[in-house]
Design a protein around this ligand. Structure first.
Ligand code: FAD
Length: 324
């Protein structure tokens, strides 16, 4: 038996709540309102009450804080144990987590521990009156939106792609804040934070002008960086470049990275796999350069330039340097 309650994992850095958590609240509130469910934001650590109240203003009916000093920094061991116990005790019907690096790390192990199903990187969520959540995930190269349900086990879990849903905010909205004290006495915590180094990179889903480099840049993104600097753009990359460690993972665009909503995106040497193009579909204008005139990326672009990025990018740089 589960309760008519949907939980959203509220990821935070200090008192700042991560955007993907707020976006999920925005979408989930539509579902819970329609069917009379409760929407709960789950915070871990010792956040201020004001942070918990923010989750309510962003759509939650109530907030639960799993309060423990050791939960202020993310640790898979401690988070999985605390959430597992809380979920078993409170029995929410669904648990939603942003598909951020921490969220993805947490979701897999927690779902395994709960022996429940986990949908990865949902871009849509609908619910029926019986509380069955239908998660939409692009499949077969994005040609279809696969509908995934978790019929038999609870909670129904999913990670949700950042940048997919809109936030809602009501400064007057109020709700209850509950505190639960997790028992972490027997947990072997294998992570010790030695130093905090918070990424200063801009959240790519907020970038207005973005230049994205793919494998066609030959793996050397020095020129892409220079062009971005001169054109006052942010940089993104495809997954192979992030996999090679050429740039931080925070700069990956696509189904397992960030979704762009840029006014203009310049795409350099990218083949246009669905895993990538799903991350640029909300851009206003897409300009692509690819050496192969049949490249799939051109089917997702407003302006298509057939050519070698190693020739065209230096020309653009020279032009902008002349102007500077
Ligand atoms: C579960 C899963 C999740 C994934 N998530 C993501 C994701 O979030 N983001 C992502 O990007 N990928 C993701 N991928 C990988 C994705 O499927 C593709 O493999 C990847 O996007 C390809 O990257 P690319 O276009 O840079 O490279 P390639 O496919 O190698 O394409 C390179 C392109 O550059 C062109 N080119 C080559 N040389 C030049 C030149 N000199 N000048 C101009 N053009 C040139 C080529 O014609 C080609 O079109 C995922 C895959 C899986 C299985």
């Amino acid at each position: 038996m589960t309760t008519k309650d949907i939980w959203v994992f509220i990821e935070r850095e200090g008192e700042e709540i991560a955007e993907p958590s707020l976006e999920i609240l925005g979408k989930a509130t539509e579902l819970t309102k329609k069917f009379g469910y409760t929407l709960t934001g789950i915070l871990l650590g010792t956040p201020g009450d004001e942070t918990a109240r923010e989750t309510i203003r962003y759509g939650a009916d109530r907030a639960i804080i799993l309060k423990h000093d050791d939960l202020n920094d993310y640790s898979n061991d401690l988070y999985v144990k605390s959430l597992f116990d809380a979920i078993r005790k409170e029995t929410p019907t669904a648990f939603l987590i942003g598909a951020t690096p921490y969220g993805r790390d947490l979701a897999g192990r927690l779902a395994a521990r709960l022996r429940t199903g986990l949908t990865a990187n949902a871009i849509n969520m609908e619910m029926d009156e019986n509380g069955l959540v239908v998660f939409g995930v692009p499949a077969y190269g994005g040609k279809i939106l696969a509908e995934i349900v978790c019929e038999k086990t609870r909670p129904q879990m999913s990670t949700v792609r950042p940048g997919t849903f809109n936030k809602v905010y009501d400064p007057k909205r109020e709700g209850k804040i509950r505190t639960l004290i997790p028992d972490l006495s027997n947990v072997r915590n294998r992570v010790k934070v030695l130093e905090r180094n918070v990424s200063k990179l801009k959240d790519l889903s907020k970038s207005e002008r973005t230049i994205v480099g793919g494998n066609g840049t030959g793996g050397d993104i020095t020129l892409v960086k220079r062009l971005a600097e001169l054109a006052n753009c942010d940089i993104g990359v495809t997954r192979p470049l992030a996999d090679k460690g050429l740039v931080p993972r925070d700069l990956q665009v696509g189904s397992t990275g960030y979704s762009l909503k840029s006014k203009v995106a310049l795409i350099l040497g990218v083949s246009g796999s669905e895993h990538f193009t799903s991350g640029i579909k909300d851009c206003e204008t897409v300009v692509s350069i690819d050496i192969d005139e049949r490249s799939e990326i051109f089917n997702h672009s407003d302006y298509c330039i057939v050519g070698d990025v190693s020739e065209i990018v230096p020309l653009l740089i020279n032009k902008l340097e002349d102007k500077a």
